[in-house]
Write a protein that binds this ligand. Structure first.
Ligand code: NDP
Ligand code: OXD
Length: 311
C-alpha cells in the first residue's frame, strides 16, 4: 500500500494491533495516534472511539476500518468524512464469543441459576418447577452476522427461536419477522428478548416502555448491542412493576457505568463491562491487511458498511 495506516485505540490495544499487523506486513507504514506524522500520508485508519472530527485532518484518507463489529462510533457527529469508505470486522472468534455470551445469559435465566445460587447461600433445598425449553420463545432483534449465529445455536438447543430484521431472512429453525409491521407479533411471541441490532438513528432507544409492554408478562431482556438501544428508566420501571422478570446487560449509555448508577445494585439485573465479545487482533489482522491490499489494487473491499443505513 502506498501511504500510511493510522491506528487509534487504547495504548495497549494499539501495541497488540501493531504487532499482529507487522507480523503479516512488515513494510506497513503504521502511525499510532496521536503520533500521526504528516497528515497527507494517511490513506486508511483503523480506529475505535477515535475523536470523529480528527478524521477530517487527513486529506488522502480513503477508508475507515472499525476495530470492532459495530460502527456507531464512526457515525458520531460530525460523522465520517464524505466519500471515505467504511468497513468493519466480521470474524469467526468475535461471532462465536458473542454466541457464548448470549447462550450463557439465556441459560442462566432459563435454568434459574441465580435463584438456585441464592438458595445455596441460605442452605435451602428446594426444587423449582423445571423449565420447558420447547415452549420457551427467544426473540433476537438483529439477525445479522452475530444474531444469526446465536439464533442457530439456540435453535439447536431446542428453543423456539425467531429473529427480527429489516429484510426477510431464511435461517433453518428460525422464524423471520420483518420491519415495523413485524415488530408487534415478534415481541408478542418472545419470552427472552436479545438485542443484537446496530445502533442507528432507527434503532436508538428501541428497548423502551412501548417495546417492553408488547412483551408477555415475565419476559427477560438481554442487551449485548449498545447502551443507546436501551431507555434505562423504562427498563427500571418495567422491572420494578414486575412486567419484566430481569435483564442481562453488557453495554451502557455511559461506559464505564458510573459507580452510583442504579443498575449496579438492582436485584433483577446482571451486568458485565462490555465484554460480550472482544475483538481478537490476531484473528482480525488478516482481513485488515487484505482490505489494504484491495484498496491499493482498486478492488472491492470486504465487510463494507452502508453509510446511509449506518451499519
Ligand atoms: P450486522 O450488521 O451483521 O447485523 C445487523 C442486523 O440488524 C441485521 O440483521 C439488520 O437487518 C438488523 N437491523 C438493522 N437495522 C434494523 C432496523 N431498523 N430494524 C430491524 N432490523 C434492523 O451486525 P452484527 O451482527 O455484526 O453486530 C450487531 C451489533 O452487535 C453491532 O452493531 C454492535 O453494536 C454489537 N456488538 C456488541 C459487542 C459486545 O461486546 N457487546 C461485540 C460486537 C458487536 P438486515 O439483515 O435486514 O439488514
Ligand atoms: C464491537 C464491540 O462492536 O466490541 O465489536 O462492541
Amino acid at each position: 500500500m502506498s501511504g500510511a495506516l493510522l491506528l487509534s485505540s487504547s495504548p495497549k490495544s494499539m501495541a497488540t494491533w501493531r504487532r499482529e499487523l507487522l507480523a503479516l506486513a512488515p513494510d506497513l507504514d503504521l502511525r499510532l495516534y496521536p503520533e500521526t506524522g504528516a497528515a497527507e500520508d494517511i490513506v486508511a485508519a483503523l480506529t475505535w472511539n477515535h475523536p470523529p472530527e480528527d478524521l477530517f485532518r487527513y486529506p488522502n484518507l480513503k477508508v475507515l476500518i472499525s476495530m470492532g463489529a459495530g460502527v456507531d462510533h464512526l457515525f458520531r457527529p460530525p460523522g465520517p468524512p464524505p466519500g471515505v469508505a467504511i468497513v468493519r470486522l466480521v470474524d469467526r472468534l468475535l461471532t462465536s464469543a458473542m454466541s457464548e455470551y448470549v447462550l450463557l445469559a439465556v441459560l442462566r435465566h432459563h435454568r434459574q441459576a441465580e435463584i438456585y445460587r441464592a438458595q445455596q447461600r441460605t442452605r435451602i433445598w428446594h426444587e423449582l418447577p423445571p423449565p420447558d425449553t420447547e415452549r420457551t420463545r427467544i426473540g433476537i432483534m438483529g439477525l445479522g452476522v452475530l444474531g444469526t449465529d446465536a439464533a442457530r445455536k439456540l435453535a439447536t438447543l431446542g428453543f423456539q427461536v425467531a429473529g427480527w430484521s429489516r429484510r426477510p431472512k431464511s435461517v433453518e429453525g428460525v422464524e423471520s419477522f420483518v420491519g415495523r409491521e413485524g415488530l408487534t407479533p415478534f415481541l408478542a411471541r418472545t419470552d427472552i428478548l436479545v438485542c443484537l441490532l446496530p445502533l442507528t438513528s432507527e434503532t436508538r432507544g428501541i428497548l423502551n416502555r412501548d417495546t417492553f409492554a408488547r412483551l408477555p408478562k415475565g419476559a427477560y431482556v438481554i442487551n449485548v448491542a449498545r447502551g443507546g438501544h436501551l431507555v434505562e428508566d423504562d427498563l427500571l420501571d418495567a422491572l420494578d412493576s414486575g412486567h419484566l422478570s430481569g435483564a442481562t446487560l453488557d453495554v451502557f449509555e455511559t461506559e464505564p457505568l458510573p459507580g452510583e448508577h442504579p443498575f449496579w445494585g438492582h436485584p433483577k439485573i446482571i451486568l458485565t463491562p462490555h465484554i460480550a465479545s472482544a475483538t481478537v487482533p490476531r484473528s482480525c489482522a488478516p482481513q485488515v491487511i487484505e482490505n489494504l491490499r484491495r484498496l491499493a489494487a482498486g478492488e472491492p473491499l470486504l465487510n463494507t458498511v452502508d453509510p446511509v443505513a449506518g451499519y
